[in-house]
Write a protein that binds this ligand. Structure first.
Ligand SMILES: Cc1ncc(C[n+]2csc(CCOP(=O)(O)OP(=O)(O)O)c2C)c(N)n1
Ligand SMILES: [Mg+2]
Length: 533
């Protein structure tokens, strides 16, 4: 056994069965150990995609996602995906394969200091050392899985990878546990909720990592709490629930802000301000925060109390408190939902982006997974999509990097082959990551890849309009979209120009043996009204 074999065996013992990346000569010893050791190496088109795919693997499996790159440019490409796991709090092991130990630090082709590169975007960056390999890898896994979860970077010099070892595969290292919030702090949460007449809960992305997300539903039902969510927290409670208010701070956000500001208490449940800071929307409404970390707020925010500690432990106790009641009526909540949803869909004789998104929702079964990308379409999707299950609505909102959607969908389909998965991305994001279409093809994944062809970096165009800048540098192309080619890299492509045809194309693609690119030529003019209203 060499150290590369030991690394692979230690990762495998931690439940890691797959790694995404791009090799070089320095990576080959590790890849050979993966082949021998039964951890799949998935070749991606770009290391950034490998990072996004590992992030999503970590979210869906609860074990760290693994991504691998060579030194220098491989590492810098990988960094974009590693940053995603850092700000979206996903467990990840990011492995760079380096020069031989005696070359590190010298002026040699491709070499830079990986630890300096990864320090600001990881929980730790460690050099793998002979004799301590098992210990370092198992500690890295435990650290990645300790809350708040995140990426740990490991650097592997090639001579270390190849050196023989007689170290044993260590047992998994224990994760650090977050202490429960004190009972008194939880009791005070209960009193404040019971005393409020118009409380609203806002569920955030820390709650995505709860061992038992059904506790969220138990708490809101117990205390009759209408609840909104951040973008990433959608689906933690089925959005068919009668207490649902929808997402905050996305398309038609003023509708949501008006309601939120009419509350007399905002109850943040696992609300991580990495997605959106409270001061952006809360106004004068008092804040009650229940999370794993102390809240980060501007001085303007009226924090009345916070209970900081393990979220499962906090919510379990809140769900067991005597029921509290308030003055919200089911009719008022239903009316708000109806007004919000209709404002998101301005009528138009053309094939709008919002109609395309609804068509995809109709075609994807309730339990299906959506992976989407960053742009104006994110705002529109977040507000109008109904998510019915935890981990079914995949997006980056802490890191908010374009390029997440397609590798995220690939990783989701690999992690959950039993579920239908759809990728829905903007044309700018497609141009950034279209090489990954070939990866989906090579893996034989049934994956509709729906591209919203609106000819613009529409989110930035809307911002130009809002700020009264002339439109400049945001058009992806001037002329109308033509029919797509018959295939990209052997993947069939179809162009669609109406909602019905799109819906049928997605249904057909969900029954196909491999991926399908579906280019929906849409009119996204309504984003000027719906996105950043
Ligand atoms: C890596 C990266 N670069 C730039 C941005 C800024 N940005 C956010 S959305 C966006 C436009 C995306 O265009 P497209 O995929 O066509 O989506 P649309 O806005 O048209 O829906 C840009 C450039 C970003 N979030 N991430
Ligand atoms: Mg676009």
């Amino acid at each position: 056994m060499n150290n590369a074999d030991l690394i692979v065996a230690t990762l495998k013992a931690a439940g890691i069965h797959r790694g995404f990346g791009i090799p070089s000569g320095n990576v080959l010893p590790l890849m050979e150990a993966m082949r021998r050791g039964g951890v799949d190496f998935v070749l991606t088109a770009h290391e950034g995609s490998a990072g996004f795919a590992a992030d999503v693997t970590g979210r869906l499996t609860g074990t760290p996602g693994l991504c691998i790159a060579t030194l220098g440019p491989g590492a810098t490409n990988l960094a974009t995906g590693v940053g995603c796991a850092f700000l979206d709090r996903s467990p990840m092991i990011a492995l760079t394969c380096d020069l031989n130990t005696d070359q590190i630090g010298r002026r040699i082709q491709m070499w830079i200091d990986h630890h300096t590169l990864f320090r600001p975007i990881t929980k730790a960056t460690l050099r793998l050392e002979r004799g301590r390999i098992g210990e370092i890898v198992s500690q890295a896994v435990a650290l990645a899985l300790s809350e708040p979860m995140g990426p740990v970077h490991l650097d592997l010099p090639e001579d270390v990878a190849l050196a023989a070892t007689n170290e044993a595969v260590p047992p998994p290292a224990p994760r650090a546990k977050i202490a429960p919030a004190p009972d008194g702090a939880i009791a005070r949460v209960g009193e404040l909720m019971a005393g409020a007449k118009r409380p609203i809960a806002v569920i955030g992305s820390s709650a995505m990592r709860m061992a038992d997300p059904s506790l969220l539903r138990q708490v809101v039902e117990r205390h009759s709490l209408p609840f909104a969510t951040t973008t990433m927290a959608k689906g933690l409670i089925d959005e068919d629930h009668p207490l649902v208010l929808g997402v905050i701070e996305r398309a038609c956000r003023q509708h949501q802000r008006r309601l939120l500001r009419s509350a007399d208490l905002i109850v943040g449940l696992g609300y991580d301000t990495i997605e959106v800071e409270y001061e952006a929307w809360i106004g004068d409404v008092p804040l009650l925060q229940v999370d794993i970390e102390p809240v980060d707020i501007a001085p303007s925010v009226k924090l009345v109390h916070q209970a900081t500690g393990d979220l499962n432990a906090s919510l379990k106790r809140l769900a067991a408190l005597p029921a509290s009641h308030n003055t919200w009526t089911a009719a008022a909540l239903a009316e708000h939902r109806q007004q919000f949803q209709s404002a998101l869909r301005p009528s138009s004789p053309t094939f709008t982006a919002h109609a395309a998104i609804d068509a995809v929702r109709r075609a994807l079964p309730r339990e299906g997974i959506l992976s989407f990308d960053v742009g104006a379409h994110t705002h529109q999707i977040a507000s109008q999509w109904s998510a019915h299950a935890p981990k079914s609505f995949l997006i980056t909102n802490g890191w908010s990097s374009m390029g997440f959607g397609l590798p995220g969908a690939i990783a989701a389909k690999l992690a959950r082959p039993d579920l239908p998965v759809v990728c829905l991305i903007g044309d700018g994001c497609f141009q950034m990551t279209c090489g990954e279409v070939a990866v989906a093809k090579r893996l034989g994944l049934t994956l509709p890849i729906v591209v919203l062809d609106d000819k613009w970096l529409a989110l930035i165009k809307v911002k130009q309009i809002r700020r009264q800048f002339p439109l400049y540098g945001t058009a992806l192309q001037e002329e109308d979209y033509r029919e797509p080619p018959a295939h990209y890299f052997g993947v069939p492509a179809v162009g669609v120009r109406s909602a019905d045809v799109l819906e049928a194309a997605v249904r057909k693609a969900l029954a196909a043996d491999g991926p399908t690119v579906i280019e929906a030529v849409v009119d996204s003019e309504h984003y000027v009204d719906t996105v950043y209203d």
